[in-house]
Ligand binder design. Structure first.
Ligand code: WTA
Length: 647
């Protein structure tokens, strides 16, 4: 890692925005001074760019590690994303150009989306959902998913979206932890040329008693056959047809819970990250505007993230819609029906800002530049990336091939926990260095510390911390404040520990160095080694398991598992059979994204004398490197035995 970072830091190419670009930019460099001069006043000014049902007078209450922002004001998040734009005369502006994977197209204006959300709010109220209740949203990338999130926000119900690739167990865990009363889903959706059923997963998840889900609201999309649980299941289109069209949005307390989003941590149990209303919306809208240089009357924004992840919350739903911008959204995958799809869509809708993950960019590179080159991509002004570090080679390819050698590429660092972008260039301001996330967002303060909590000298790597509270920060872990304190605050007191390493070079550019804990990053998705290990160990074949993230040319990291079989199983199955069974087991148990790239059946695992698995050595093995220092191993012969097995 350190070697590659050293070579990254010798990067000398610099790309300032062009003069014309700078002249049209929504902000200039003075924004950094304004934020520094009076940080809290600066954030209050950003918050006042939103519509308030009741103005706030208090900006921040900080009782580490608990923050309240703008806390005596009242706001309605959905009103800010919808009605406000209609009332300003922009109801006819397209909110979404949407395309299904089979090629069907829909255009939804802000006025239409507002009407949809009002009706849906009434449907939910009719089902007995009230302010403070939780609603699970298990849906694909269709406009109804956005409507579902905003309808929750409108009536003060707290949503928890669950990525459509997750298994019944994973859905159930979230439904239980959040204590959801309603699940919103689809019959099925299109993915890779097939209909992928979702409703059956909900049925399986809710089979066992002990949950409090009263209704399942089902959007018809896949038109696949599904079982129907009369009395519980309701067709969305039928309920909507009967619903009252009018609904008046009320102001919610600034700190009212907006959503819970589960994310992998270092233990087997995902954490329910809680975000609240006003601070979150403030930072999502502000960062969207300044990072991507957004003018709603000019731009067409396409963030390719799924609404099941935080990027889909902050940069498909809340940030862009608070800013009233036109967006593009699509169902399915980029390579179906052909790899021309994303580029033809950029041309068709005149996309100006495209935001995706490095893993997607590396896949585009692999497929070849012929595909993007057949479309007219000249509408693009800004390109963005998120989810993992981007290597300079991919960065340059992105700028040259997709951006015509002229667009700024903004590498944005943030987390589910931070709610919105924290470290990033500003497209119209920053001189770019390929591979660097550049600077903190105006209004954010960070420190790079050593294990003792002391700042490291400039140029040295250390642990990334956020040193003062920020509006979009998580407020707690749902139902587990103790874990919240332990995970993020125990290490450095009142400084937030991000779990990432970082370094600031002599130019003041920030370089992210990857996770320093047992969280993996596969195709920009967070997975926990512990979660996959516990899944493997739960299988009858497994005696012991260890999982590491090994670097992978396309997905960034890949899941590699080392498993010791129970002898009974070992005698009846071949190694190949065992590997296949366990890979499938993890995919069924957690979801396809967690399926190990490789499962190695091994006779033993490398452990320290105190019994701790030495993942560092397993990572060396998985990446085919010379294994590092083995002096703390309890049994030195283990590594050799594993190597033999891996051949
Ligand atoms: C990683 C996604 C380097 C990081 C928004 C972080 C990044 C984790 C970047 C959060 C980036 C995200 N450069 N690493 N630009 N963006 N990460 O919660 O390790 O899914 O801690 O949020 O992704 O992943 P999460």
């Amino acid at each position: 890692m350190n070697e590659s970072i050293d070579s990254l830091m010798n990067e000398v190419r610099r790309f300032p925005p062009s003069e014309e670009f700078r002249a049209e930019s929504v902000v200039d460099a003075s924004i950094y001074d304004a934020a520094e001069a009076d940080r809290l006043q600066f954030w209050a000014d950003r918050a006042r760019e939103l519509h308030w049902h009741e103005e706030f007078t208090q900006v921040l209450d900080w009782q580490p590690p608990h923050a309240k922002w703008f806390y005596d004001g009242k706001i309605n998040v959905a009103y800010n994303c919808l009605d406000r734009h209609v009332e300003a005369g922009n109801g006819d502006r397209v909110a979404f150009h949407w395309e299904g994977e089979p090629g069907d197209q829909r255009k939804i204006t802000y006025a239409e989306m507002t009407a949809e959300v009002k009706r849906l709010a009434n449907v939910m109220l009719g089902l007995g959902i009230r302010k403070g209740d939780r609603v699970a949203i298990y849906m694909p990338m269709i406009p109804e998913s956005v409507a579902a999130m905003l309808a929750c926000a409108r009536i003060g119900a707290t949503h928890t979206t669950v990525f459509g690739g997750f298994s019944p167990q994973n859905l159930r865990m979230r439904v239980d932890d959040a204590d959801a009363k309603l699940v919103i889903t689809v019959d099925g959706f299109n993915r890779k040329g097939k209909v992928f059923a979702l409703k059956p997963t909900v049925d399986t998840a809710l089979e066992a008693e002990g949950h409090n889900v009263e209704n399942v609201l089902v959007v018809r999309r896949g038109e696949n056959e599904i079982d129907w649980n009369a009395g519980r299941d309701i067709w969305y289109h039928e309920a909507m047809a009967d619903a009252e069209p009018e609904h008046v949005a009320e102001g919610m307390e600034a700190e009212h819970p907006l959503f819970i989003l589960y994310t992998s941590g270092t233990t087997g149990n995902p954490k329910g990250i809680l975000h609240t209303s006003a601070g979150y919306l403030t930072q999502a809208a502000y960062t969207h505007r300044i990072v991507f240089d957004i003018k709603p009357e000019r731009d067409v924004f396409w963030c390719t993230a799924d609404v099941g992840w935080v990027t889909g919350h902050s940069y498909v739903v809340y940030g862009p819609m608070a800013n009233g911008v036109t967006q593009v959204m699509s169902e399915g995958t980029f390579d179906t029906p052909t790899p021309h799809r994303p580029w033809q869509m950029i041309e068709r809708y005149g996309v100006t800002v495209f935001y995706t993950a490095p893993t997607a960019i590396r896949t585009f590179m692999k497929i070849g530049r012929e595909y993007p080159q057949e479309s007219d991509l000249s509408s693009l002004r800004v390109l963005g990336t998120v989810g993992e570090p981007i290597n300079p080679e991919a960065w340059m390819w992105y700028r040259d091939v997709i951006g015509g050698g002229k667009t700024p590429v903004v590498d944005t660092w943030w987390q589910t926990e931070t709610g919105a972008i924290m470290i990033s260039p500003l497209a119209g301001v920053t001189e770019l260095t390929p591979g660097s996330a550049e600077h903190v967002i105006p209004g954010i303060e960070i420190g790079i510390l050593n294990e003792k909590g002391e700042p490291v000298p400039q140029g040295q790597g250390g642990l990334l911390t956020i040193t003062s509270p920020w509006p979009g920060m998580l407020r707690t872990i749902w139902g587990d404040d103790k874990r919240y304190r332990e995970t993020y605050w125990e290490k450095f007191g009142d400084k937030y520990f991000a779990g990432d390493g970082a370094r600031i070079d002599d130019n003041g550019d920030i370089w992210l160095l990857g996770r320093v804990d047992d969280v993996m990053n596969v195709s920009g998705h967070r997975l926990s080694t512990a979660e996959i290990e516990s899944s493997l160990v739960a299988h009858e074949a497994t005696a012991e398991a260890a999982v590491v993230g090994a670097s992978d040319a396309t997905t960034g990291q890949a899941v590699v598992a080392f498993v010791i079989l129970k002898s009974r199983f070992e005698q009846t199955k071949s190694v190949e059979e065992a590997e296949a069974i366990l890979r499938k087991h993890v995919a069924d148990d957690i979801g396809a994204i967690a399926r190990p790239r490789q499962v190695f059946i091994v006779p033993d695992l490398p452990k320290t004398r105190s019994g701790k698995i030495m993942r560092r050595l397993l990572r060396d093995l998985a990446e085919g490197r010379e294994v590092g220092d083995t002096t703390t191993l309890a049994d030195g012969s283990v590594v050799k035995a594993i190597q033999e097995q891996m051949r």
